[in-house]
Design a binder for this molecule. Structure first.
Ligand code: ADP
Ligand code: MG
Length: 315
C-alpha cells in the first residue's frame, strides 16, 4: 500500500469538514479559522514503540495514545482542542495495523470534536507525532506559574493505575482488577472537559505524564513555591490497592502515564470547584497545600516520606 492510498483509505474522511477548516487533508498545508478573540493553543508530543509503549499492544491503543497525550496537554491549559495533525512513522504499510490505529485514533477524536487536518507518513521505527491545535481566551489559560502559599493541591482520577496496568501487560493475570488497570494504561482518558471547566478557577495546572511527584515538582518550581503533602490521602483505586498492596503509594507518586490533571486552588475557590466537579465522571482529591519555599515535603501518616526519583528520563 503506497502513502497516498494509505491516507485516502484510513485518514481522509468525508465527515471531517467543518466551518473552522478552510482546507483540510490533501493540499500542501491546512488552512484553519480560529474564532476571533481567541489565542491559538499548540501542543506536540511524540510516542515511540519501546519508549512510550511496549511492542505488541493493540494498534487501536497506539492510535488512541498518540492523540490522548496531546489532548491532555491542551486540557492542562484549560483550552478547547479543535484540530490535529499526525506524523506517522511505520516500519511497513500493514493495512490491518493502520486500520486498527485509525480506529483508536478517530474514536477518541470524535468524542472530543477534534478533526485531523493533515500530517505526514514515513517509513521508520513505529511511532507517531501528533500536534493538537485549539483555542482559548488568552487570560483564561491556566499556566504552571500561578500557585501561591495557602492554595490547595488537587489531583483528578486515580494516579498509579496506569503504571500498574503497564506492569500487568506481561503477566498472565486475567482477573477483572488486572483488566481494569491494563485498560487504564492502554486507553488513558484525557481530562478535556475537566481542564476546560477549571479555567478561571485553578491557579496553576499541569497534566501528570511523568509521575505525580515529578510533575508536581515542575509546577512548584515554575511558581516559585514549596508544598506539604500527605500520601495517605492519595486517591488510590481499589484495583491498585489490591494488586500492588505494598507499592500502591509508590505507583501513584512515581509511576507516570496517568494523564490526570494536577492543579492548585485558592481556598476561596473551593466552592466553585465543588460546583463544576459535581458532574465529573472522575474523582477530584485534595492532596496537600502550597507553602513558601521550594520543593515538596511528602508525609505518610505524619512521618517524612522519601520519594525516590524513579520516573523515566530520555537523556
Ligand atoms: P507533501 O509531500 O506536500 O508534504 P504528502 O504527500 O506528504 O504531501 O501529503 C499529502 C496530504 O496528505 C497532505 O495534505 C498531508 O497533510 C496529508 N497527510 C499525509 N500523511 C498524513 C497522515 N498520516 N494523516 C493525515 N494526513 C496526512
Ligand atoms: Mg508530506
Amino acid at each position: 500500500m503506497d502513502e497516498r492510498t494509505l491516507i485516502t483509505t484510513f485518514f481522509a474522511r468525508p465527515q471531517d469538514r467543518r466551518a473552522d477548516i478552510i482546507l483540510g487533508i490533501g493540499d500542501d498545508a491546512a488552512l484553519l479559522r480560529p474564532e476571533p478573540g481567541f489565542a491559538l493553543v499548540v501542543a506536540t508530543d511524540s510516542i515511540a514503540e519501546g519508549t512510550h509503549f511496549p511492542a505488541g499492544i493493540p494498534a487501536a491503543a497506539v492510535g488512541h495514545r498518540s492523540l490522548a497525550v496531546n489532548l491532555s496537554d491542551v486540557a492542562a491549559m484549560s483550552a478547547e482542542p479543535r484540530w490535529f495533525s499526525l506524523a506517522l512513522s511505520l516500519p511497513g504499510a500493514d493495512p490491518a495495523w493502520v486500520g486498527g490505529f485509525a480506529t483508536g485514533l478517530f474514536s477518541l477524536a470524535d468524542r472530543h470534536g477534534v478533526v485531523l487536518i493533515g500530517g505526514d507518513t514515513v517509513r521508520g521505527p513505529l511511532g507517531a507525532t501528533v500536534t493538537v491545535l485549539g483555542q482559548v481566551k488568552p487570560d483564561r489559560a491556566v499556566r504552571r506559574t500561578g500557585a501561591r502559599p495557602g492554595d490547595g493541591i488537587w489531583v483528578t482520577g486515580n494516579p498509579g493505575d496506569a503504571v500498574a496496568g503497564r506492569l500487568l501487560l506481561a503477566e498472565a493475570n486475567e482477573g477483572p482488577d488486572a483488566a481494569a488497570l491494563r485498560q487504564r494504561f492502554l486507553y488513558p482518558e484525557p481530562r478535556v472537559q475537566e481542564g476546560r471547566a477549571l479555567a478561571g478557577i485553578a491557579s496553576a495546572m499541569l497534566d501528570v505524564s511523568d509521575g505525580l511527584a515529578d510533575d508536581l515538582g515542575k509546577l512548584l518550581a515554575a511558581s516559585g513555591v514549596g508544598a506539604e503533602l500527605d500520601a495517605e490521602v492519595l486517591p488510590l483505586s481499589a484495583e491498585l490497592q489490591r494488586l500492588q498492596t505494598a507499592r500502591a503509594v509508590a505507583c501513584a507518586l512515581t509511576g507516570g502515564d496517568d494523564y490526570e490533571l494536577c492543579f492548585t486552588l485558592r481556598p476561596a475557590d473551593a466552592g466553585r470547584l465543588r460546583e463544576v466537579s459535581a458532574h465529573w465522571s472522575v474523582p477530584v482529591t485534595r492532596i496537600g497545600t502550597v507553602v513558601p519555599g521550594s520543593g515538596a515535603r511528602w508525609r505518610l501518616h505524619g512521618q517524612p516520606l522519601a520519594v525516590s526519583d524513579s520516573t523515566y528520563r530520555h537523556f
